[in-house]
Design a protein around this ligand. Structure first.
Ligand code: ADP
Ligand code: MG
Length: 696
């Protein structure tokens, strides 16, 4: 009903040009809307030649769609009328709701309550409206009706949508639907990506969002839809997750954007950082086939742009296609001797359209080529328009390889660019932008081919963890310290260093003797989170004397530094050597759930910030990818003859942790730092750990 209404009532239609109530009606008329239009205004008899109605009831039939443009405080009474007359789809353009504060929020709730009771779906309030070019619907005050095309667009910002429309209109970009969701009091981003996902006219979903409401549902649906249609999103503003006070390393390293990045990666969503980029990508996704792989061929009439493209291809990790001998032979036979017959193929500055056409034809049939980028600079002899037509012919003829163009210049290429656009060939103002777009397409193809997600379940001792967590929650204690955290980890298959607690120097020496030297001594207090910060960790204690001295020193110094801390004793621990220190962690995002973290561990985590995040539950593949995404990875696999560590063991640690936090939603934050990993065959050890829990 929103997208293809047979009749539309505009409540608050106005006779005064420049007012929203007039512009919206005028836009509907200008769009050539074929259905019935009912302006509702109790002061006017006609507007723009259309009969006016004093209210919805007097129309005498139920409009498929009602658009409301009246001041906010009147909107509830109009909604009552909608409920009474039986309209099921309402767009509320009016502002003055949630966005203006508490009173507005209450008003919005009232409106939505009426809608829910009557089974009415609402877009808005505080929005720009809905546009469907194919159905001649422009129920918005955003601007002229854009071209018809494959892009379904949703925007949380009305003003931005106006800019998007303008950009798209001047670049000939077409849409299936455009929706401004405003305050999204009812219809939200999830409803729309689902609707666009099912809409046969929409081939690409694009949007601008400031927040995402139902985190988990959104991820699930977006992931499903991305398998079919690419989703390109601009996203601004934080989740608020970063705003909560974090006591763990993981919590403090998870910025407000971390969750979104992880969500987008998981769901295959292509993130765009500007309108320009979004349309650079969208026009390619909407009009060209996906490349089979990443081998790009470049055809140019000038060396410079060819080199720029080549640099960009390398920078973005794409491959410069190596042409087959047959292709090279054909090119050599026909192109002038000075031409470059290897990629980038330079047809030379004096090339007419026929040379381009020949080169394009040979190259697109080369099995080593997945994507074709045609560059052109308007030199003295260049036939830019005829060349554009040649590219169009090639692209239209055989549909399995994507074409991209970057015709550089201005006045001399205007007509050529129009030809390219009319034929759905994405045109870029620089070779880099074209290459970046190819990269996005290649990434998306890779994502679509990803292996099926299989989350391994390990045999664990849940009961044990339940007992500890419940006990702590009963006592109202949120922080779980090192010893109990390690018990929890052991229940999930982690190995922790041997050791026990001592309250006197003699006892400490005794434990050390039993463990065997060297040992590590750590202060044991529920009030000290980061022990080394207060001098509470001593490693490499070689004999009983060292142990007793270390004990005395800690007991003397730490109470001075932290007079409030309740010090229970020290932990004497076996010393783990011969490995690298990494950190495994989790921070629970309020919208998207557990975010797993991997990174360089030790006491410098926050300084180095070499970490990566991903949404739990993790598959083996995803856990490994988290490692690969850090710089630490290079160090872990071994450099300069140094032996690498057991990567699979680290990935397994992440998977076990992911299972723990999935099974225990009470756990809010968690760090294992350090997790000491050695070469294959050596069991990794969770040396230090802490977590926090919350009643759920
Ligand atoms: P905290 O993080 O509270 O300061 P840790 O227990 O993580 O305390 O210890 C700090 C550092 O001391 C570790 O990053 C590690 O380098 C070293 N360390 C601690 N315990 C051991 C151990 N059992 N074996 C080897 N090194 C250890
Ligand atoms: Mg630590």
């Amino acid at each position: 009903m929103f997208f293809n209404p047979a009749s539309v009532a505009i409540v608050g239609a106005s006779q005064t040009a420049g007012k929203v109530g007039y512009e919206l009606l005028a836009n509907m008329i200008a769009a050539g809307y074929k259905g019935k239009l009912f302006p509702v205004n109790n002061k006017a008899a006609t507007i723009e030649g259309l009969k006016c109605y004093p209210d919805l009831e007097s129309i005498g039939q139920v409009p498929d769609l009602v658009v409301i443009i009246l001041p906010a405080h009147i909107v509830p009474s109009i909604m009552e009328q909608c409920a009474k007359t039986g309209t099921k789809s309402v767009i509320i353009i009016s502002a003055g709701f949630k966005e203006v504060g508490e009173a507005g929020r209450k008003l919005e709730q009232r409106v939505i309550k009426i809608a829910r009771q009557a089974g009415i779906r609402v877009i808005g309030p505080n929005c720009l409206g809905v546009i469907v070019p194919a159905n001649h619907v422009n129920a918005s005050f955003g601007g002229d009706l854009p071209h018809k095309g494959g892009i379904g667009y949703l925007s949380q910002s009305g003003a931005l949508l106006a800019a998007i429309l303008d950009t798209a209109n001047s670049n000939g970009i077409g849409f299936s639907k455009l929706v401004s969701i405003g305050n999204k009091a009812d219809v939200d981003e999830l409803d729309l990506i689902k609707a666009f996902g099912e809409d046969p006219e929409t081939t690409v979903i694009a949007g601008y969002l400031e927040s995402i409401a139902n985190g988990n549902d959104f991820v699930r649906e977006a992931e499903k839809i991305s398998n079919d249609k690419p989703i390109l999103l601009m996203k601004s503003g934080g989740t608020g997750a970063g705003a909560q006070a974090a006591s763990s390393h993981t919590g403090s390293l998870a910025g407000s954007e971390t969750a979104y990045e992880a969500v987008f990666e998981r769901a295959g969503i292509i993130r765009c950082f500007s309108i320009k980029r979004q349309f650079d990508f969208a026009q390619a996704f909407a009009n060209q086939p996906l490349p089979a792989s990443n081998r790009v061929a470049v055809i140019t009439n000038a060396g410079g742009p060819g080199i720029i493209a080549a640099d960009a291809i390398e920078r973005h990790g794409l491959e410069f296609a190596t042409l087959t001998d047959e292709t090279v032979k054909k090119l050599t036979e026909t192109l002038p001797p000075a031409a470059n017959v290897h990629n980038p193929i330079d047809v030379l500055g004096d090339a007419l359209a026929d040379k381009y056409e020949f080169a394009i034809d040979v190259v697109r049939n080369d099995p080593n080529v997945d994507a074709i980028l045609v560059l052109l600079t308007p030199q003295a002899m260049t036939e830019s328009t005829a060349t554009a037509e040649a590219v169009a012919r090639a692209s239209n003829e055989k549909g399995d390889k994507p074409f991209f163009a970057s015709f550089l210049g201005a006045d001399k290429v205007v007509e050529a660019i129009r030809v390219l656009r009319d034929n759905g060939i994405p045109q870029y103002d620089s070779p880099e932008s074209a290459v970046l777009t190819i990269k996005m397409m290649v990434n998306y193809v890779k994502w679509r081919k990803r292996p099926k997600r299989v989350v391994k379940l390990f045999a664990v001792n849940r009961r044990k963890v339940e007992m500890i967590v419940e006990k702590r929650l009963r006592q109202g204690i949120r922080e779980i310290g090192e010893t109990e955290s390690k018990e929890i980890l052991e229940a999930y298959g982690f190995v922790t260093p041997k050791g026990s607690v001592a309250t006197t120097a003699d006892q400490a020496a005794g434990i050390a003797q039993q463990l065997g030297f060297p040992v590590v001594m750590k202060i044991w207090s529920p009030d000290i989170l980061h022990k080394s910060d207060v001098g509470g960790v001593r490693v490499g204690l070689k004999n009983a004397r060292d142990v007793m001295d270390a004990f005395d020193l800690m007991m003397y110094r730490i109470p001075k530094k932290m007079p409030e801390a309740n010090i229970l004793g020290v932990l004497v621990q076996e010393m783990c050597g011969g490995g690298k220190e990494v950190i495994l962690g989790m921070n629970r995002d309020p919208h998207f759930g557990p975010l797993m973290m991997f990174g360089m561990g030790g006491t410098m985590v926050e300084v180095l910030k070499d970490v990566s995040f991903y949404l739990a539950p993790l598959t083996a593949e995803e856990a490994r990818q988290m490692l690969v995404n850090t710089k630490t990875y290079k160090m872990l696999v071994g450099t300069r003859g140094e032996k690498g560590v057991d990567i699979d063991a680290v990935a397994e640690g992440l998977q076990r942790l992911s299972q723990l936090v999935t099974e225990f939603p009470q756990i809010q934050e968690l760090d294992i730092n350090p997790f000491i990993v050695g070469p294959a065959g050596m069991t990794p050890i969770a040396v230090d750990a802490r977590m926090s829990v919350e009643e759920i």
